[in-house]
Design a protein around this ligand. Structure first.
Ligand SMILES: *Cc1c(COP(=O)(O)O)cnc(C)c1O
Length: 360
């Protein structure tokens, strides 16, 4: 079978050239006589791979020296607990904007450690939009303000950086990190599970302002302590060695394709193509409000569950797979991350036009 265009929300597509490079080194890395998977994480050769990946991540993302980069296991979900555990200090509240499933999960996890406040909830509106600055009643007593910058399930995104005064801004960027330039100096902390746009599953990347270290609660598990991970350079225990190596290959690929400016231009091209068609279609309707649209996860529906199911099935037969929306959102979702070729979206739109002609 040919490789398909995989619109999965995550784990998701990886660039073919990255997979081929990994395959060519699978059984033996350089002249090491072994696979990267078989290396001790304390070995000199793995230490070199690790240091190179971390330096490359800092360079590609343009992370300022004020911020540390940490690799942690447990995905983004572990960070829902790690964030309050590490950042609460002597505060007993934090502000949360609920713009979808993951931000709500993060809020519910924080309830175990403090009394978080909901400063916005989009639930009653079906999570179709992101609040504007005027709607956010932030408290200066909050330990931090938490947002999910790109809402993977509902297909919305914060298309601005909220002003938080002296309160650190924390963002879950799992489904958009590495797709656009980000000014990390505006964030106290950013975290992202890597399996959407960075690497195979197995860890989260945390980028944290060093000024926020030293506030962890005494109950913080060792495996979730930013301070301890920074001290051990993310080698407190065995890190996900192969995932980190794969991240390095993805970063090389991003660099070869114009870095984050190149990725940003591509994501605009892909999402414009899809939204332009959706706005002109009389069969398919985009779900997210225009000003809150995500360029990474595009949600749409026909209005008929039967037609939605027929579309998903027929698209898959054309090699356009995983277009079914999340069970909580319904309809369809096309996740178009960095590794989705523009051609894949072109083929999708072409197929949608044909489906529209046949089913109107
Ligand atoms: C996928 C996703 C998560 C959950 O990630 P895990 O690594 O599976 O824990 C959290 N937040 C966002 C925005 C996501 O897209």
């Amino acid at each position: 079978m040919e490789r398909v265009y995989n619109f999965s929300a995550g784990p998701s597509m990886l660039p073919l050239s990255v997979l081929k490079k990994a395959a060519s080194e699978l059984t033996q890395y350089g002249d090491s006589g072994m696979s990267v998977m078989e290396m001790s994480h304390r070995s000199k050769i793995y230490g070199e791979i690790f240091a190179k990946v971390k330096a490359s991540l800092r360079r590609v993302l343009n992370v300022p020296e004020t911020h540390e980069i940490i690799f942690m296991q447990g995905g983004a979900t572990a960070q829902f607990a790690a964030v309050p555990l590490n950042l609460l200090g002597d505060r007993d509240s934090a502000d949360y904007a609920l713009t979808g499933v993951f931000s709500t999960n993060a809020y519910n996890e924080a309830k175990k450690y403090c009394s978080p406040r909901v400063v916005f909830s989009g639930e009653a509106e079906g999570f179709r939009r992101i609040p504007n600055q005027e709607e956010l009643q932030l408290s200066d007593r909050a330990a931090y303000f938490h947002i999910c910058s790109n809402n993977t399930i509902y297909g919305t995104a914060w298309n601005y950086v909220p002003e938080t005064g002296s309160v650190p801004l924390v963002a879950d960027m799992s489904s958009e990190i590495l797709s656009r330039p980000v000014d990390f100096s505006r964030y106290g902390l950013v975290y992202a599970g890597v399996q959407k746009n960075m690497a195979p599953a197995g860890m989260a990347v945390v980028i944290v302002d060093k000024a926020l270290i030293g506030k962890e609660l005494p109950i913080t598990p060792t495996i979730m302590s930013y301070a301890k991970f920074i001290k051990a350079d993310s080698m407190l225990n065995t890190p996900p060695t192969y995932t980190i190596y794969m991240l390095g290959l993805v970063l090389d690929w991003v660099s070869d394709h114009g870095g984050l400016h190149g990725m940003n231009a591509l994501r605009r091209e892909r999402s414009d193509m899809l939204y332009d068609y959706l706005d002109s279609s009389s069969l398919f309707k985009p779900v997210a409000e225009v000003s809150s649209r995500s360029m990474m996860n595009v949600t749409f529906r026909t209005g008929s569950e039967e037609l939605d199911a027929k579309f998903v099935k027929e698209a898959a037969a054309e090699g356009l797979v995983n277009l079914k929306g999340h069970r909580l959102a319904g309809g369809m979702r096309a996740s178009i991350y960095n590794a989705m070729p523009v051609e894949g979206v072109y083929k999708l739109v072409d197929f949608m036009k044909k489906f529209e002609r046949e089913n109107r």
